[in-house]
Design a binder for this molecule. Structure first.
Ligand SMILES: C[S@@+](CC[C@H](N)C(=O)[O-])C[C@H]1O[C@@H](n2cnc3c(N)ncnc32)[C@H](O)[C@@H]1O
Length: 252
């Protein structure tokens, strides 16, 4: 695994407590509805800690997952029965190979933004296409670039200020340094938390690629996908000038 998409252990450990607060209300119901109505098996690419996967499995979805970070999969394995571990694979979306095809494949919450260049993005799309049934669907989302953020960046800003368990405080402070020539934002997340042995303070910096609309369309065309829908949110509204997320629905 390249250093670029390494998720440290403390990031994986606090992932759910933070994103259950700041993300799950945005995308959970949309993805769950798609997964529950899939005609056949589902693959979540970049399944992470199972924020969506665990619920889907509980609700009877025949779901599988791959992720490149064992730290994230360790958290996922804590929340599913050991008998379901066969559904999870440590694998990179750019070169994975499973002995199965899927009716629905999803890459929720900016998984594709971890792929920083066209070569990696196309490699991933081609592996996904290989694993998709002929009439299957691939749904993924990435953020719509904010021109101010992508040119000026962001000074350290408190994004989460709460508790990770009873009586134990957790804060996450985010800052962003843009690198517009490569369409990359370098995000720095500082985690400060209390534990039984005192206060901890750790920092993680990682790059995220941002996509523009026609770049998405061109990449999909080159990789042999057809766009079915391009929404601007998880209520399936058309993309407009206020959209925060690209929600991309495509097939072969
Ligand atoms: C923001 S998290 C999203 C996790 C999950 N899909 C969710 O909605 O909560 C992005 C995930 O993509 C994974 N990831 C990044 N690069 C990857 C790659 N090349 N192949 C597979 N997974 C990757 C990360 O390890 C991380 O778990």
């Amino acid at each position: 695994m390249s250093k670029e998409n390494h998720y440290p252990e403390f990031v994986a450990r606090f992932y759910d407590v933070i994103y259950d607060t700041i993300r799950t209300s945005v995308d959970h119901d949309y993805y769950l509805a798609k997964m529950k109505t899939s005609r056949g098996p589902v693959l979540e690419v970049g399944v992470g800690t199972g924020r969506l996967f665990a619920d889907a499995l509980k609700q009877g979805v025949d779901i599988y997952g791959i992720d490149v970070n064992q730290t994230m999969l360790d958290q996922l394995q804590l929340r599913i029965p050991a008998s379901e571990n066969h559904r999870i694979n440590l694998a990179d979306v750019r070169d994975f190979s499973l002995n199965m095809k899927f009716d629905l494949m999803v890459a929720p919450f900016r998984v594709m933004s971890h792929l920083l260049n066209v070569e990696d993005q196309l490699a991933a799309l081609r592996r996904i296409k290989t694993h998709l049934e002929t009439d299957g669907t691939f749904i993924w989302d990435v953020f719509v670039p904010d021109p101010v953020l992508c040119s000026k960046g962001l000074e350290p800003t408190m994004e989460f200020d709460g508790f990770w368990k009873e009586g134990k405080k957790l804060q996450r402070i985010i800052s962003v340094k843009p690198e517009p020539s490569r369409q990359i934002n370098h995000a720095t997340m500082r985690f400060i938390w209390d534990d039984d042995d005192g206060k901890h303070d750790e920092t993680w910096t990682f790059p995220l690629h941002y996509f523009y609309r026609y770049e998405i369309e061109h990449l999909l065309q080159i990789a042999g996908f057809k766009i079915i829908d391009l929404f601007g949110d998880f209520q399936e509204h058309k993309l407009d000038d206020t959209s925060k997320d690209f929600v991309v629905v495509c097939g072969k």
